[in-house]
Design a protein around this ligand. Structure first.
Ligand code: F6P
Length: 254
């Protein structure tokens, strides 16, 4: 245990990259769930990693959530050729945390462009198909999302995200009963990476990620450890930006 304590975060980054089968893991010191300054730091780290991978005229897809909002806060470089799109439409977040809002804010910081998806939450598969078939703008944005060069997204705890989105109590129970512990892009995953429930929407699903150039997940706090293991286990992830609290808790799981 002592050796673990004195070992640097760099070793932990390498260990988790191997165990989670990721190209790269970035760990910042501290606990972003307990300390707002650490959460801002997580956003800064994510903005820094984004700037490293961002080339000219790229399309970036972004998810919503409070962590992604801190990334938007932290972007301090310009990339005028960039187009930012929401990774998915309408997942039931409050306005500040919606992917559309985050996409527009990041585009504003970069001096780039954005394209948004205006789709209500919780539509049936048929209704979504009908919108895609009849609305050329939605179709064009959906195509851009699926061909994004970079996706940056948050990860949340399954039950918490289901509740935050206002899903009915019965559905939340069902999601939990199916063993979901993590959620990303509207997909609820078990600790072994099986997707057991999906919120209908236009845009990316975990299964589509092979078409995306680089997939970057940003999530911190020890309570998200299982969620991070679940979502990375579902596959398609390349880079994880997290904090020490989550990283140490992940180490205890895998
Ligand atoms: O709803 C968008 C989303 O990215 C979810 O997929 C994810 O679970 C959640 O936000 C993370 O939110 P937060 O960063 O606030 O924990």
């Amino acid at each position: 245990a002592y050796i673990r304590l004195v070992r640097g975060l760099t070793d932990l980054e390498e260990e988790l990259a191997v165990k989670l089968r990721l190209e790269r893991v970035v760990i910042i010191p501290g606990d972003s769930q307990a300390d707002a300054a650490v959460q801002r730091e997580l956003g800064r780290a994510a903005a820094g990693v984004l700037s490293q991978y961002l080339g000219d005229n790229m399309t970036i897809a972004v998810s919503g959530g409070s962590t992604m909002a801190t990334l938007a806060d932290a972007v301090q470089f310009s990339a005028p050729g960039t187009t930012v799109v929401p990774a998915r439409g309408g997942l039931g977040e409050q306005v500040e945390y919606q992917a559309n809002t985050i996409a527009a804010r990041i585009a504003g910081k970069l001096g780039g462009r954005y394209r948004l998806l205006h789709i209500p939450d919780g539509l049936s598969e048929e209704a979504l198909e009908a919108i895609l078939a009849s609305d050329g703008n939605v179709r064009a944005v959906a195509d851009m999302i699926k061909r994004a060069h970079i996706l940056v997204h948050g990860i949340g705890q399954a039950a918490q995200m289901a509740a935050r989105r206002g899903l009915p109590a019965e559905t939340i129970r069902e999601i939990t009963a199916r063993g979901a512990v993590g959620e990303a892009l509207g997909q609820y995953c078990t600790i072994t990476g099986d997707v057991v429930y999906v919120t209908n929407s236009v845009g990316l699903r975990l299964a589509d990620l092979t078409g995306i150039g680089r997939v970057i997940a940003v999530a911190g706090g020890s309570s998200k450890a299982a969620a991070i293991v679940a979502v990375t286990g579902a596959g398609g992830q390349d880079i994880l930006i997290t904090d020490e609290a989550a990283a140490r808790a992940i180490q205890g799981i895998i």
